[in-house]
Design a protein around this ligand. Sequence first.
Ligand code: S3P
Length: 758
Amino acid sequence: MSDSSSAQQPIQQSNSNDFYMVENTLVIGLGMIGGSLAKALKENGFSRKVVAFDNSVESLKIGLKLQVIDSACTDICKGVTEADLIILAVPVKATGSVLAMIKPHLQDDCIISDVGSTKGSVIEAAKRVFGTVPANFVPAHPIAGSEKSGVEAANSQLFSKHKVIITPHAHASDKAALTIARMWQSTGAEVLQMQVEKHDEVLAATSHLPHLLAFSLVDSLAKESQSLDIFRYAAGGFRDFTRIAASDPTMWSDVCSANKSAILQQIDIFSQGLANLKQSIIDEDEQNIKGIFIRARAAREHFGKMLTGTAYAADSENKNVTFELQPGSCLSGEITVPGDKSISHRAIIMAALAEGVSHLDGFLQSEDSMATVQAFRDMGVVIEGPHKGAVKIYGVGLYGLCPPPGVLYLGNSGTSMRLLCGLLAAQKFDSVISGDQSLNSRPMERVAAPLRAMGANIQTSATGSAPIYIKGGQKIKAIDYQMPMASAQVKSSILLAALYAEKSSSIEQPAATRDHTEVLMHSLGLELQVIGNKVSITPGNEIAGFNLNIPGDISSAAFFIVAAVISKGSDITLKGVGVNPTRLGFIHILRLMGADITLTKQRQDNGEAIADIRVCYSPLQGINISDQYVSIAIDEFPVLFVAASCASGETQIAGLSELRHKESDRISAMVDGLRELGINIEEQAEGVVIQGGQIQGGKVDSRGDHRIAMAFAIAALVSSTEISISNCAQVATSFPEFVEKSARAGIRIRKEETNVSK
Ligand code: S3P
């Protein structure tokens, strides 16, 4: 598994005190890149004077006319003698001869760098000329460019928000490395540091191969007899793909020899992939063809999320989402809510492990459930969709998963991470799982410890959280486990590992938790027995492909249920919601507080109870909530705190310690937010005491937790003035259409999005 995380280290941005400025910069080679850098340094004042040398006097004249440089130099020896910073912006192949030419004239402390797209060959050239790489020589590569060439195309903004990789060698002077880093930062670039070999390997794949493919495709098509027609009717796709074939041929032929071995390796990898696609087309193997296309499409978006360390960003921009709410409305009509998140995760997992094809309907198309989909795609499972909630999964059987190509990235999804731990612990291959900042700080030893007792080799971080390293190929033993805490995720993780043990396992929980894993496993014919809070499983049965309708998520419905209960005049019906008894704790609690909630059209589908839920406004009374309901209302407490704030009198809730380990510390997030909104709430280690009152308007922070954001949005229905909720992008992890659905139901909500550059 390649470790890309150690490959590049970002360089901290400078602060103005240690900003390096140089007197005299000489750019050798005034083409598009050299010209753009010169212009940027001239404009931003990094260098007091920017001089250029070029074999073409014409280029120098244009550079002067376009104010790209301060002065032109026609005598390179003189120019070098006066320079304290020299940038080689020449084709990589010319590096050696230029270095040899300038060597006799260099000032002792003159810093040298380059802009070439290969680094190994530049280092070799420096060694040939100087005997060893000079301490003041710091190679660099701006990952920015354009198919245009020549100084006429110089653009001082070319490097802004682009990456620049510097590859200082072990004996490089700190001052030289910092000067080059600061120089690039002054152009607005993000500077990263990498080793030379890694740079050349990475660039061969991400830049050199695509350029060669574009050149080669256009060249091959141009040779075909109907080439004129091909180019005449070329569609946008062809133009997009081949834009870079207009790049400088000399530069790119240089790159081919300068980075020969890494490029050849990438061509081999690509050729194998193309041969596989060709064979699938010959064989009319639709599943394989689709698999390649689906994986490719998903991978593009997924890498964007991984790189930004978020659950939701599809590009390098991080979205800052704020909800703005106006008070004073009520809810009416019929609404549906998106598919159940817990069941969606489990359905993908079981369908991937099934023999044959499975069809899901009502699948939750959110960031969390897509994290599970992507993880299985990474392990070789072909998954089509989701398209309007429909997903088709080509199961690979219990033993058919493939080693993932890299870290399995699960964004914000705790359920994906914990359930996958159990499954991965029993596979033959090694794996690493990781997530965003919130997920990587959540407790994972609660699954790792029992899995270790089953024979798994699993390692969490020093704080007991992700990234998690799992060594495959272990013999999984059966377990009889007494869970120290009530957790459906831990229970499910052990149940998945137990599918690979030689005999029956049992798990006993201190309190009931959602039982979707048991219900699904049972409906798929696995041998499962449930007595009270103890579940036993006997492995051995294969799973056949299946069809499943996933009901609406009661945890998403909960926001509208509380909304209708607290806002005068409300009367809504939520259609087709899952009403599994292990999820109904909050309905019991609300009814005890006086809420008018009726379940109608109750039915069963694949062992899961479903109903329509009618909710009318009803005055609430504060109560003392018994902890028997906590584990079956675990996700609904944020919105229940809002209900309690609207009740008359005091509500006491105890036994909430688990709330501190969710996507945020939910006790603290709700206490801070409700206090901000004028509610009298006492925070205890494992609970709260809330005095019902008038919710005021104000600004609250959801702390990047979807359920906190949605709970405060509901509070706005009865607030005295508007409420603004920051950090709401993560709502997409469970309920992407929350704003639209809420607005349709009558809530006066607006979403504000601003881009925050990373
Ligand atoms: C879930 C279980 C719950 C819940 C989570 C989803 C599941 O956590 O909070 O949102 O799908 O298994 P616990 O593991 O604490 O029960």
